[in-house]
Design a protein around this ligand. Structure first.
Ligand code: OXD
Ligand code: MN
Length: 604
């Protein structure tokens, strides 16, 4: 090898995969790191890295009594979220990326990336992170290797994936993996001192080659831009692979719901980012003796199983959840999941060395250090935590983690739920009367934008299947793929499909539905529908509950009917907007979706 990295190091003997050795050599030659570290995945490695980062001032160790083995990290204020405008799908043909993705010619992109990455790890350590998405040994899982110069990415990957020796063994055996190259894009000269959060926002590129299954990410250290197993591999690359192979990679939580008789059913649910997926995936029910258990809070890989039903795994091993708004009241299980062994990014620091964010407690602390490292008081006009501040915590710390979380066969799905953040006129819940209508419902999601991505928040945008930022191919073809999955399965084996909206508001801007734990009343109805034990009423836009279990809940008179009203004019307009939106997919749009619009129009 051409640079000063010692390739006789003992770890090279651990790598027998020819593909990995070849790629590693290419990456070392290109990025020219000072050192190379092959991650073993041990806890001692994680602790050592955290200590090193703490010594540099990049990680702040939290009070070990209040938040054992946990750290606070502050990012550069210019690097705080996913960056959709810098995210590319470089398929061979532009039409395969489709109108919802940024496409760039793969050959030209490779030349551009070679320029960015040349020498980008000078003065830094290159970490090699072998990882497995999904339970080790599951035929539903996939292995990857992330090469990164960010210790923060390594520590987060420790929590979010099964990484290290066990994954490397799988890679060696298969001589295959998905290569994911990541750099913060800040090479160091010999006497440069490093900054606490190196990044290069002006050159950010999050690039996917779906055909050759490669990921290249440059310039950002934050979340999905840097933890490449998550959005890049498990959604963008996996969705394109899933289409080729006949399965689904989805932006969905997976939960198990148990009724008082002890019967359990699994459901998956797709919502746009920061719309409460984490809360729903582990909610504490308000309906007595019902229980929710969490298989996953963000991503589901769904494949037809040997019995002809759909089975889902969570490819991740941790939560990378939005902190603001999370409290003992809104999500006690998340608060318990982050009681220790967690990384907090862009939250505020209390005087006692613990973390705080808006919504965590009713009363604000008298003094904090905010996410930018500045003094903060309740009278301050700025937020103490960034709205997209995150916690990273192991899923096994969740008090209601499902027993089947590690099941290599996955869990059978009884229902699929779609939802968005809509402040009016979208009913609390409705059931599709067919798989095809369910696909239409998924395709019809619109939601207000949130701070999970850079850009304006609170703006309504179409977000089909909550996959707008994550679909690695033409969204029109994705709709067809969903229809094909349904056609390939027996009707009685298909999960029923639902659409929910927790976010309806009254004229004064107050939420009509209390949400959070009360959403269990809707889950109960969905559960009982799958057993034909709950009745439904037909409307033009799907089936709504004849009755909901509202015992113990007071809802203002009139508000309940408001949660289920179907206003003809509003829906005519909604369908008109959808028709216009669907036109953007041209001849990639399956005609079935237009037929669903026509059917509703006729029935309105
Ligand atoms: C996430 C997102 O981080 O969807 O899960 O943005
Ligand atoms: Mn997400």
């Amino acid at each position: 090898m051409e640079n000063n990295v010692d390739t006789t190091s003992v770890f090279y003997q651990k790598i027998t995969s020819k593909k990995l050795l070849k790629w590693l050599k290419e990456c070392i030659d290109l990025c020219q790191p000072d050192k190379v570290h092959l991650c073993d995945g041990y806890q001692s490695e994680y602790e050592q890295l955290c200590l090193e980062e703490a010594a540099k001032g990049s990680f702040i160790k939290l009070n070990k009594k209040l938040r054992p083995n946990s750290y606070l990290v502050r990012s550069n204020p210019a690097d705080v979220a996913r960056v959709e405008e810098c995210t590319f799908i470089c398929s061979e043909k532009e039409s395969d990326a489709g109108p919802t993705n940024n496409w760039f010619d793969p050959e030209r992109m490779r030349i551009k990336l070679q320029g960015f990455f040349r020498g980008c790890m000078n003065g830094r350590t290159m970490y090699i992170i072998p990882f497995c998405m999904g339970p080790l040994g599951s035929s539903l899982s996939t292995v990857g290797v992330e090469i990164s110069d960010s210790a923060y990415a390594v520590c987060n990957m420790h929590i979010m994936t099964r990484m290290g020796n066990a994954a490397l063994e799988l890679i060696n055996q298969a001589d295959n993996f998905i290569p994911c190259l990541h750099s913060v894009g800040v090479p160091l000269k010999s006497n440069d001192t490093d900054v606490k959060w190196p990044c290069c926002p002006e050159k950010r590129h999050i690039v996917h080659f779906p055909e050759s299954q490669e990921i290249w990410s440059y310039g950002s250290g934050y979340g999905g831009n840097a933890l490449l197993g998550k959005k890049c591999l498990a959604l963008r690359i996996a969705s394109a692979t899933a289409r080729r192979e006949g399965w689904l990679a989805e932006h969905m939580l997976i939960l198990g719901l148990t009724n008082p008789e002890g019967n359990k059913k699994y459901m998956a649910a797709a919502f746009p980012s920061a719309c409460g997926k984490t809360n729903l995936s582990m909610l504490q029910t308000t309906v007595p003796n019902w229980k929710v258990e969490c298989v996953g809070d963000d991503i589901a890989w769904i494949k037809p199983g040997p019995d002809g039903r759909l089975y889902a795994i969570n490819p991740e091993a941790g939560f990378f959840g939005v902190a603001p708004g999370t409290s003992i009241k809104s999500n006690p299980n998340a608060m318990l999941s982050i009681r220790g062994n967690s990384i907090f990014t862009n939250v505020a620091l209390t005087d006692k060395g613990d973390v705080w964010w808006e919504g965590m407690t009713e009363e604000k602390p008298n003094h904090l250090i905010d996410w930018k490292g500045k003094d903060w008081y309740p009278s301050s006009s700025t937020l103490a935590a960034h709205p997209n501040a995150r916690f990273t915590a192991p899923i096994e710390q969740c008090p209601c983690v499902d027993n089947e979380f590690e099941n290599i066969a996955g869990v059978p799905l009884e229902a699929i739920i779609f939802g968005g953040r809509r402040n009016s006129d979208i009913p609390l819940v409705r059931e599709a009367n067919s798989w095809q209508q369910g696909v239409f419902m998924g395709a019809s999601i619109s939601s207000e934008t949130t701070s999970a991505s850079s850009g304006e928040t609170g703006k309504l945008r179409h977000d089909p299947f909550a996959m707008l930022p994550f679909c690695g191919y033409n969204m029109g073809d994705y709709f067809s793929h969903w229809l094909e999955i349904g056609k390939g399965m027996k009707k009685d084996k298909l999960p029923k499909i639902y659409f929910v909206n927790w976010f309806n508001k009254d004229e004064k801007g107050n939420f009509i539905w209390p949400g959070f734990g009360e959403n269990s009343r809707i889950l109960k109805w969905i559960f009982e529908r799958s057993e034909d034990k709950a009745e439904a009423l037909k409307t033009a836009i799907g089936l709504i509950p004849k009755e909901l279990d509202l015992e113990g809940l007071t809802i203002k008179p009139g508000n309940l009917s408001r949660l289920f009203q179907v206003k003809k004019k509003v829906w005519q307009q909604e369908l008109k907007n959808l028709r216009t939106y669907f036109q953007t997919f041209g001849d990639h749009l399956p005609t079935e979706l237009l037929k669903e619009i026509e059917k509703i129009e006729k029935q309105l």
